[in-house]
Design a binder for this molecule. Structure first.
Ligand SMILES: N[C@@H](CCC(=O)N[C@@H](CS)C(=O)NCC(=O)O)C(=O)O
Length: 216
């Protein structure tokens, strides 16, 4: 089984966290041609999105679908709780992440260069992101991981995007995302103690540093 990966991708990092947490036998491989739009990669995933899982010949796209598959295939340790209600609650976080929290942050990526930046886009997207972070603050459990004492797929989804928020927002002169959000700050400190998260975010940090060195 292979995960087509880029260490800087928050969606791929979501899957690497689940893989590391489960100790799953999945080979982590680079995108062919290191380009998500290379003809070889598009053959595998016509959307040209990262990550993709090759599950011994069955190709699976979309990070959350991959993580749900990993949960089915490698059930221990469980990253989804047992009761239908608790499972639904975890999934409401992963959907919130994919549909509402991540998109305004992603919209800021092309605006990093102050010389070419569109200030209106930046202001609109920062406002939207702050609304989503306020919503997340209300959703998070009081202490422990995102939904309570157990580490779940909700934490896998939220941690890499929070890494970007913590490391990026300063570039736009925005208020730090943890400021005035005590539950988010406590969750962020706690989730980084999980060895799988520490390892995957360390890889993201290295990739970000390499990209920044390249841009200098
Ligand atoms: N919904 C997809 C989003 C994946 C995604 O947008 N990945 C980024 C890298 S973090 C990507 O492939 N970007 C290239 C593109 O959108 O063309 C998932 O959950 O896997």
């Amino acid at each position: 089984m292979k995960l087509y990966n880029m260490n800087l991708s928050n969606f791929a990092t979501k899957c690497r966290i689940a893989i590391y947490d489960k100790g799953a036998k999945v080979e982590i491989v680079a995108i062919p041609g290191n380009d998500s739009k290379s003809p070889e990669y598009l053959k595998l995933n016509p959307l040209g999105k990262v990550p993709t899982l090759d599950a011994d010949g069955v190709v699976i796209g979309e990070s959350e679908t991959i993580n749900e598959y990993l949960e089915d295939k490698f059930p221990t340790p469980a990253l989804l709780p047992k009761s239908p209600e608790a499972r639904a609650r975890v999934r409401s976080f992963t959907r919130f992440h994919d549909l509402y929290l991540e998109p305004p942050l992603r919209a800021l990526f092309p605006q990093m260069n102050p010389k070419t930046r569109d200030e209106k886009v930046v202001n609109d997207k920062l406002t939207e992101l702050n609304t989503r972070l306020d919503q997340l603050e209300k959703m998070l459990a009081d202490g422990g991981f995102a939904t309570g004492p157990d580490f779940t797929l909700a934490d896998c989804a939220l941690a890499p995007t929070t890494f970007f928020a913590v490391n990026m927002l300063g570039m736009f002169g925005a208020k730090p995302p943890l400021e005035g959000r005590p539950k988010l700050a406590a969750w962020w400190a706690h989730v980084q103690t999980r060895p799988s998260v520490k390892k995957a975010l360390g890889e993201m940090a290295e990739a970000l540093a390499a990209m920044n060195r390249g841009n200098r």
